[in-house]
Design a protein around this ligand. Sequence first.
Ligand code: HEC
Ligand code: HEC
Length: 332
Amino acid sequence: MSSGDTSMTTDVTDPRELEGADPHTGERGDDPLLEHGQEIDPVTGHITTGHDWNGIKELNTPFPKIALWALIISVVYSVITWVLLPAWPLGSTYTKGLLGVDQTTDADAEHARLVDLRAHWREGFASDDFAALADDADVMALALPEMRRLYADNCAACHGAEGQGRTGHGVGGAQGAGFPALNDDEWLWYSEPEDIADVIRVGINSDHPDTYFAEMPAFGRDGMLERSDIDLLVPWVAGLSAGTSDPDSEAAGIFADTCAACHGDGGTGGLESGAPSLVDAEWIYGGSEQAIRATIWNGRSGHMPAWEDRLSDEERNMLALYVAGLSQAGAQ
Ligand code: HEC
Ligand code: HEC
């Protein structure tokens, strides 16, 4: 490097301009403080390591102080924490630390506290006084997350996450499973929480000895109705929800004689017999003429499991209130 170019920068880089340097050679003579063999880099003023890499000399710069301090502080910190907190494993045990901190005990205590808190409101649900429970806004607010969880874990698979139910497509003779909506105010059975709790307890067409039975007879297959009567009934029933079915037609007469005992006059349901309303837009098995023909021909018999052995009284009561609440929320 020629000495002339170094004047381009503002810092002093020309060794000849450094303090104590020979103005011609740039050498700075022997420093009495240097040990034997040590050499000072004329540009930066640092001692070099003495290693020479093809003319480039490595500077012997000191370790940055901030890093040194960080190291010292972290070592001191870890020694203090070893003494105060649980730290070293010793085979089957460990050094416990002077502060006696133990997260397992903390977690157990917190869990016990939560169970206590929950027991406080959960006990209430063992009672059959549903009206009082439903009116207690504080208890209901505390219980709601648990109700949602119970519903999601046990019921949503069939009745839908929002209680919207799922229409089965048992068309053409196949027994497609259908699940009634629970978020409307049409009921196969009962609308009161105490009765809903009983339906949940014993199920419908289940293996429980007290189960509710619900059977839509197979009018076609079992020869209870002529094919010509079924041909009249199918479009008439399909038109009920749209209000297009003539109440004075021949089909209306067949319906009154054969079907109304279970489905109510004009198919309005609500007889607490397990037979759904046929005048609303909700269908368990489908409202198309094809689906209705399949229902009348083959019959239907849905299966709702019994929950007596699978859920506690409290849990079933919570669910009954939750289901009744879904219907109120959905009806608004
Ligand atoms: C395996 C599917 C299935 C599961 C799981 C299930 N249900 Fe049902 N549930 C049904 C079917 C099917 C019906 C209608 C039975 C019928 O067609 O007569 C029904 C009917 C009901 C009814 C009567 C509805 C009415 O309109 O009267 C209630 C209430 C009910 N279920 C609540 C529940 C609750 C609460 C749970 C969760 C603990 C649950 N169900 C879990 C299939 C199920
Ligand atoms: C003995 C009582 C009973 C009689 C009589 C009866 N049903 Fe039903 N019906 C039911 C029951 C119970 C269900 C619900 C079955 C289930 O969900 O498992 C049902 C379901 C239905 C459905 C399906 C509704 C849906 O939401 O998908 C239709 C359609 C229907 N019935 C039409 C008729 C017609 C038409 C007649 C007359 C020919 C009739 N039912 C006579 C009890 C009856």
